[in-house]
Design a binder for this molecule. Sequence first.
Ligand code: ADP
Length: 404
Amino acid sequence: MDTILVANAGSSSVKFQVFGIEQDGGLRRQIKGQMDGIGSRPRLRVTAADGAVLVDRTYESGTIPDVAVALATAGAWLRDELKIHPVAIGHRVVHGGPDYDRPVRVDQNVLTRLERYVSLAPLHQPYNLAPIRSILARFPDIPQVACFDTAFHRGHGELADRYAIPNHLYAEGIRRYGFHGLSYEYIASALPQVAPDVASKRVIVAHLGSGASMCALNDGRSVESSLGFTALDGLPMGTRCGQIDPGVVLYLISEKGMSAADVQTFLYKECGLKGLSGISNDMRQLEASNDPRAALAIDYFVYRVSLFTGMLAAALQGLDALVFTAGVGENSSRVRRAIAEKLVWLGISIDAEANAKHARLISRSESRVAVYVLPTDEELMIARHTWSLLSENQNSSSRYERAS
Ligand code: ADP
């Protein structure tokens, strides 16, 4: 069976999945894997679709110095041990800049263009691109597709896309890009089946994980996002601050003597739930703690989600459904309940029992706004995009062959 490899490369880990392409063109997840501890204590762990562990191996530190070598090592293992030779590789790439509003097959020109966006996402983009570059050099015939976290939001109207700054900076790329687009696109693609009554209406999706954001969908298209220029804005996250007055940044520089690099590390790594609680960035640990600082962090998170729901409902001029997804959204009945309690004014009323059971529909029948819990699947979205670009290319080249 032909397969597609999906890769999500970060600074110290690369996650990957393999999807089989079925006769009817459907995609079936076969393998999940991860190489983490890159550069320190590398460990490759791969499981089959049923959860059976296929390999759990550690490597000498130094043998896997970077993310490109990590994916190459994992790829070699898949080839040698499981005889998996993917027909294409789909990559998660955080930034598609102002231009890419859809996935793209990567060649040298595209890669050069994507490298220009490194300055827009310095903590992610270089790691996303490193394996693409290395595969392009070693296996130029394997089609590679870049799927962007920003692309789904590129249809935003001008008002949603801008900051109140002079035009030349907007032209240079200082825009409200929004992120988590692959997650929102997946949810938008699932809504017609799971919630046909609301799929074409006004829906807010709350992607609440370690990274957290919210997106306003109108008729399945993104019209507004809680995130902007970087993945720092909007909701507080595990370790990121969320919305903050830029004056705080100025204060940190002028009064605390912090450099730009210090401020970057601080805002990305030391704030959010971790900074507020002083205990953990992990919602499960905060929920398990009796410390009042843990309760403060959870309350703050809930409060900010409720504020952004109001903002996004204003962008949509009303609300028909709210969808919770990602680690916290899918699994924390406590956080969902607390958020719903703050949104009674919007006509939200959830069923305590359905919420506790993580049912798909958790609102009561009389709730003016339907509330859903839907698991997201960014990897499947990448596999779908990769397969559809590949099929398009194959169709157009066979059309070309027929014509010539
Ligand atoms: P990411 O993909 O951004 O790394 P996830 O979507 O996996 O993040 O979400 C991770 C978050 O979800 C963590 O804060 C974790 O504590 C939280 N989480 C996972 N399961 C639960 C649960 N049962 N109850 C509360 N929080 C949970």
